[in-house]
Design a protein around this ligand. Structure first.
Ligand code: FCB
Length: 524
């Protein structure tokens, strides 16, 4: 492995080049990529109206909502197994029942209809459809269940926006061959995706292959806090793993699986079914902690090791330059076939935007591993403090500060880098510790209102944003935090499962109503 200082020396000419480029860029008033896309002149006074077909929705995922963990032919998923291990989940809970959406979806869809949303983003449980992956039969009960759900959504005038996998996979694939670490998983994912297109694609017009593969890989294979709990012993509490290399391997297999699913959709289904396919990424905005060139480059590197890690290969057919420089030959290679399918690898990008962080350079200054001092972190401390403070307003949830400006920056970054590709904000929402706020969630209202303003500013600058989904309709199982953090527009009593609207539910309803009225006026 290259030492840090020798790598730094080998990068010197590059720093110099970057220095010149950054100075050129900052001395003009233009944006970095404005020779590629025609961004609009901004006019702060001008109000932007959401187009009539803009999707307003709420988002959920199978493991966090459904429950019914062994009903109607479903078998165990990786999350069923993981939550069963003592000490993994903050309150020792699990998703066996969750908010029982499996049985209560008609009631929940009524709530959505009442809010006036025109789209619902949810995920399918792979283990419900293929309990043993491609090593067993399809579970028709699972297919019938989702058929009923999709029909019920459409009956209410709502558009289904479907994720194929939101962190959960059949445990069988973990047992058999180590899931994402094994290239075989691509065949399983292809098989699963094709079944979904075949059975549901006549009614589903929005597909995303993965939800937040960056989070899945970093937490599952670098930090080891999500299944399959793999990491180096120096990094976390894992019995096996390699935090430097395994995330690269898992990510590579995910990207290739995405490309394979897209290729099947394009060649066999899209023309007839007329849907769109994309991927959903967790998107943190990284702000340089200082104006120094090294920190500005660190902020850029932070994106390379988080967001563009997955998006650049799918859009451009290669990993981000910063990753190539740091990992060199350890970075997996794409085959010719992968590159062929990556030409057209996305119709849209889903952006899950909640929070922002300061990024501080760790190539020039010493940082501890875990605080930026490792290759896997791209030598960036992405939790840096400025004058002792983190970026944005703290919420009480450790990973989560409120910084609406980050939404605008993030959307513009994706717009500029990916040449104005259509964007959907597939998740944004406010989480509170279980503080006893039953219905008066004014902080959530303030959060949503300020982030939606930021989204509009990006639209005003020309970003092609086509939808906004808030996370989430209901309080639900928040992964390793269990039921201790609440994100719902509706409060859920986890004993009775009763749903009670919060202030934010009426606020969102009113927001959607007003914007519908505006877009109708625009048409008149
Ligand atoms: C996102 C996840 C989603 C939910 C929210 C709060 O990163 O995609 O499942 O947990 O965070």
């Amino acid at each position: 492995m290259e030492t840090k200082s020798s790598m730094y020396l080998s990068l010197l000419p590059l720093w110099f080049l970057c220095f010149i480029i950054i100075n050129l860029v900052s001395s003009s008033s233009s944006t970095r990529y404005d020779d590629h896309i025609p961004l609009r002149e901004t006019n702060e006074e001008e109000d932007v109206h959401f187009p009539k077909n803009f999707l307003f929705g709420t988002a959920s995922s199978a493991y966090q909502y459904e429950g019914a963990y062994l009903s109607d032919g479903k078998t165990l998923s990786n999350w069923d197994v993981f939550t069963n291990i003592t000490g993994k989940i903050a309150d020792g809970s699990h998703g066996k029942v969750a908010v029982d959406h499996y049985h209560r979806y008609p009631e929940d869809l009524d709530l959505m209809e009442d809010l006036g949303v025109n789209s619902y983003r949810f995920s399918l449980s792979w283990a419900r459809i293929l309990p043993k992956g491609r090593f067993g039969d399809m579970n028709m009960e699972g297919i019938y269940h989702y058929n009923r759900v999709i029909d019920a959504i459409l009956k209410r005038g709502i558009e289904p926006f479907v994720t194929l996998t939101h962190y959960d996979i059949p445990q069988e694939l973990e047992y058999r061959y180590g899931s994402w670490l094994n290239p075989q998983i691509r065949e399983d994912f292809e098989h699963y995706a094709e079944i979904c297109f075949r059975y549901f694609g006549n009614r589903v017009k929005f597909w995303s292959t993965f939800n937040e593969p960056n989070v899945q890989v970093i937490l599952g294979y670098r930090k080891g806090t999500y299944p399959p709990s793999r990491c180096s012993k120096t990094v976390g509490n894992c019995t096996r793993g390699d935090s430097e290399i395994e995330p690269l391997v898992a990510a590579h297999n995910i990207i290739r699986s995405h490309l394979a699913a897209v290729s099947i959709y394009r060649t066999k289904y899209q023309e007839q079914q007329r849907g769109k396919i994309g991927i959903v990424m967790n998107a943190i905005w990284f702000e340089p902690v200082s104006d120094a060139l090294a920190d500005r480059l660190a902020a850029e590197r932070a994106q390379a090791f988080y967001l563009t890690w997955f998006l650049d290969p799918v859009v451009f057919g290669r990993y981000p330059r910063e990753m190539q420089e740091i990992f060199g030959e350890d970075l997996p290679q794409f085959t010719k076939d992968d590159l062929k399918s990556s030409k057209n690898g996305l119709d849209f990008i889903g952006i899950n935007q909640y929070t922002s962080r300061y990024a501080k350079d760790c190539l020039h200054s010493a940082c501890e591993p875990g605080q930026g001092g490792s290759r896997a972190e791209g030598f960036v401390n992405a939790n840096a403090l400025k004058d002792g403070l983190a970026l944005g307003e703290p919420t009480g949830v450790d990973w989560f500060n409120v910084y609406p400006q980050g939404m605008e920056e993030m959307l513009m970054y994706a717009t500029e880098r990916y040449k104005n590709i259509p964007l959907y904000v597939t998740e944004n929402g406010f989480g509170e510790n279980n503080t006893g706020v039953l219905v008066n969630d004014y902080r959530r209202v303030k959060y949503m209102s300020s982030y939606l303003d930021a989204l509009k500013r990006a639209m005003r600058k020309g970003a092609d944003i086509r939808g906004y989904f808030t996370w989430s309709l209901l309080d639900n199982f928040e992964w390793i935090s269990g039921y201790t953090i609440r994100f719902g527009l509706y409060h859920v009593d986890f004993n009775t499962l009763e749903r009670t609207p919060r202030l934010s539910a009426s606020w969102y309803k009113n927001f959607i109503f007003q914007h519908r009225a505006q877009s109708q006026n625009d048409d008149a």
